[in-house]
Design a protein around this ligand. Structure first.
Ligand SMILES: Nc1ncnc2c1ncn2[C@@H]1O[C@H](COP(=O)(O)OP(=O)(O)O)[C@@H](O)[C@H]1O
Ligand SMILES: [Mg+2]
Length: 557
C-alpha cells in the first residue's frame, strides 16, 4: 500500500453524473476523493491504498463482483476496509434482498439511502475514515509486535546456543574429570608395582654385568620396557593431576632459554624457532621438570603439524584471566606460556577432543595421545589452566596459564646445586614402608649402594625403634602408610631429632602440600636416583656426618 493514498476516498458510481457529484461533495468537506471508472480500476485503486469507498448499488448490480470479493477476502488481518453503499430510494435493508447480498460480500458496509442530505454523507464518510485510521494503528502495533517477537526469538536462540555451549563445556570438563579419576587410580597402582620391578632389575643388571650374556640382554630389554612404562604411567598421573610435583618459583624466560637446544633438536632443521623474551623476569609457580616436558610435548605437536616446515614461536607474558575462563580458575593475573605454530591446525572435533588421554589423529606408533592430556593435567594441578586455539589451515596456539610467583619467592627458591652422589661414606638408613615387597626391593637397592639398612613396617614401628635408642644417619620413608603417614612421621622425627634427615618417597598423593617442605623422591625410581637423593639428604642443609665417620672421628680424638 502506498502511504500517501491511504486516506483517500474512492468513488465508484458508473452511471450518470453521480460520481462527480459525490466526489465534489467529499472534496468540499476537505476529504480527498478520486473516481474509479470500472470494477478493475476500483480493485486496483483499493490495492494501491484507500481510506474508504463510496459505491452505488447500480454500480455493483451491473459489474462482476468476483475481483472485488477476492480483494476483500485477501485483506491482511489488521484490515477491514469500510464501504459506504448508496442504495436506491426505498431500498432499505429489510425490503432489499440485493442489498443484503452486498452486505455479505462487502463486509464492513454502511448503507445510505438516496436522496440524502450532504451532511449525512460527510458524517458517514468521516466516521468510516476514523475507523480506517484505527485499523492503520492496529497495523503499526502488529508490526511492532512482530518485530518484538523476532527480537525475542533471536534472543531465545542466542541464549539457547549459549546454554548449549555451557552445557557442552561442563560435559567436557566432567568427562575429563571422570577420565582423570579412572586413569589416576590405575596409574597409581601401576606406579607402585613398577618400583620393585625397576629395583629388582637394577640389582640383577649389576649382577649380570657382562653385556654379552643372554641374561644381560634380557634384563636390558626389561629395563627399557620398565622405563617406557614409567614414562607412560607418569603421563597418566600427570593427566590425572596426581603427579608428585616439586613446585617452586621459576623464571619462565630462563626455563625457555635453557630449553632452546633441546627444542631445536626436537623440531628439526625445517622448522624455524622463534623465542620471544621480554626484559626482566617472569616468575611462575611450577615444577620445572614437568613444565619442560609439557613445553616439549607442545613443540613436538607443533613440529608434527608442520611436516613441510614453518615457524614455531614460543613466548611468555603476563595475561589477565576473566571469570569462567576455566573450571576452578579464579580470575586475575597469570603467567602465560604460549607455543604457537603455523601448521595444519585442527578442526572443531579434534580441537574438542585433543586433551583427552589416548586421543590421537596420528598413525599408530607415531602418536600416543598423551601429550596434551599431560599438559592439561599439569596446568590444572599447578593451579593454572590450559587453552588451545586452532583452525584448519591456520595453525595452533597452545597457552599454559600458571600462577605468578612473587619475585622474593623466586630468590628464596633458587634451586640448590644438586649434590653429587655420595662417594664413599656408608650410611645407616632406617627404611620405613608398610608394603613388604616394595620395602625389600628398596632395601636391596640401598644396601647395594654400600649402606646399612634397618627396616620398619610403618611409622609407629619406626618411632618405637628410635625411642628404643636406635641410631641412624637418615630415614627413608614411604608417604602413604596407614596410621602414621610419611609426612607425619617426618614431622615427629624432626621434633625429637632435629638433625636426623628424612626422605619421603611419594607415589601418588592427593595433595603434596603437607610435604612440600620435605626432601622427596618420586616413585618409581632407579638406584641412581635414590643414591643421589641420599647424598643430597646428608650433604645438603642437614649436614649429617655419617655415624661411621663420627665414630672414626671420636676414635682419633
Ligand atoms: N599443534 C597442533 N596442530 C595440529 N593438531 C594438533 C596440535 N597439537 C595436537 N594436535 C592434535 O591433537 C591430538 C592429540 O595430541 P597429543 O595429546 O599430543 O597426542 P599425539 O601427539 O600423541 O597424537 C593430535 O593427534 C593432533 O590431532
Ligand atoms: Mg603429542
Amino acid at each position: 500500500m502506498i502511504p500517501h493514498l491511504s486516506e483517500r476516498a474512492i468513488v465508484f458510481a458508473p452511471q450518470g453524473r453521480d460520481a462527480v457529484v459525490a466526489r465534489d461533495m467529499l472534496k468540499e468537506a476537505g476529504l480527498r476523493a478520486e473516481i474509479a471508472h470500472d470494477m478493475s480500476e476500483l480493485v486496483a485503486m483499493l490495492a494501491a491504498g484507500a481510506g474508504f469507498a463510496l459505491i452505488t448499488e447500480e454500480g455493483l448490480a451491473t459489474a462482476n463482483l468476483q475481483p472485488l470479493a477476492q480483494w476483500i477476502e485477501n485483506q491482511p488481518n489488521w484490515s477491514d476496509f469500510p464501504f459506504i453503499l448508496l442504495t436506491r430510494k426505498g431500498g432499505g435493508l429489510e425490503r432489499n434482498p440485493a442489498a443484503s447480498r452486498y452486505l455479505s460480500v462487502l463486509g464492513n458496509v454502511t448503507f445510505l439511502e438516496r436522496p440524502f442530505h450532504p451532511t449525512t454523507l460527510i458524517s458517514l464518510a468521516q466516521s468510516a475514515l476514523r475507523g480506517r485510521r484505527r485499523q492503520y494503528e492496529a497495523r503499526t502495533r502488529l508490526d511492532e509486535l512482530r518485530e518484538l517477537a523476532a527480537v525475542l526469538e533471536q534472543r531465545v536462540d542466542e541464549r539457547t546456543a549459549e546454554h548449549a555451549l555451557a552445557v557442552a563445556k561442563l560435559h567436557e570438563a566432567q568427562k575429563l574429570e571422570t577420565l582423570g579419576q579412572l586413569t589416576g587410580g590405575v596409574a597409581h597402582d601401576f606406579n607402585n608395582l613398577l618400583t620393585p620391578i625397576a629395583g629388582a632389575l637394577d640389582l640383577l643388571q649389576r649382577k649380570y654385568s657382562d653385556p654379552n650374556t643372554r641374561a644381560a640382554r634380557l634384563i636390558d630389554n626389561a629395563l627399557q620396557a620398565t622405563d617406557r612404562a614409567t614414562i607412560l604411567v607418569q603421563r597418566l598421573l600427570g593427566f590425572a593431576r596426581r603427579q608428585s610435583l616439586q613446585t617452586r618459583a621459576i623464571d619462565l624466560f630462563d626455563l625457555l632459554e635453557g630449553m632452546r637446544d633441546l627444542v631445536a633438536s626436537a623440531i628439526g632443521p625445517t622448522v624455524e624457532l622463534r623465542m620471544h623474551r621480554e626484559p626482566g623476569a617472569l616468575v611462575a609457580l611450577a615444577d620445572p621438570n614437568q613444565l619442560e616436558l609439557a613445553v616439549l610435548n607442545l613443540c613436538v605437536n607443533a613440529r608434527d603439524a608442520m611436516p613441510d616446515g614453518g615457524t614455531l614461536t614460543i613466548a611468555a607474558d603476563v595475561a589477565t584471566v576473566g571469570p569462567g575462563f576455566a573450571p576452578k580458575l579464579s580470575p586475575g593475573l597469570y603467567a602465560r606460556l604460549s607455543v604457537i605454530d603455523a601448521g595444519v591446525g585442527m578442526d572443531a572435533e579434534t580441537l574438542a577432543r585433543a586433551v583427552e588421554p589416548f586421543y590421537s589423529t596420528k598413525e599408530t606408533g607415531r602418536g600416543t595421545g598423551l601429550g596434551l592430556s599431560m599438559v592439561h593435567g599439569l596446568a590444572a594441578q599447578l593451579g593454572g589452566a590450559f587453552a588451545l586455539t586452532s583452525a584448519v589451515g591456520e595453525g595452533t596456539r597452545a597457552d599454559l596459564y600458571l600462577p605468578l610467583a612473587e619475585q622474593a619467592e623466586a630468590e628464596a627458591a633458587r634451586p640448590r646445586r644438586a649434590a653429587l652422589p655420595a662417594t664413599g661414606a656408608a650410611l645407616s638408613v632406617l627404611l620405613v614402608d608398610d608394603d613388604e615387597i616394595v620395602r625389600e626391593a628398596t632395601a636391596e637397592m640401598i644396601r647395594d649402594l654400600g649402606h646399612v639398612v634397618l627396616e620398619a613396617n610403618g611409622g609407629v614401628e619406626a618411632l618405637g625403634k628410635l625411642a628404643g635408642g636406635l641410631k641412624v644417619d637418615a630415614i627413608v620413608t614411604d608417604y602413604k602408610m596407614p596410621r602414621l603417614n610419611g609426612a607425619e612421621l617426618a614431622r615427629r622425627v624432626r621434633k625429637l631429632h632435629p638433625n636426623l634427615p628424612v626422605l619421603v618417597i611419594t607415589g601418588y598423593t592427593g595433595t603434596t602440600e603437607d610435604i612440600s617442605d620435605l626432601p622427596r623422591l618420586a616413585k618409581p625410581f632407579h638406584q641412581a636416583d635414590i643414591a643421589a637423593a641420599l647424598a643430597e639428604l646428608v650433604e645438603g642443609d642437614a649436614k649429617v656426618v655419617p655415624l661411621r665417620a663420627r665414630r672414626t672421628a671420636a676414635e682419633t680424638d
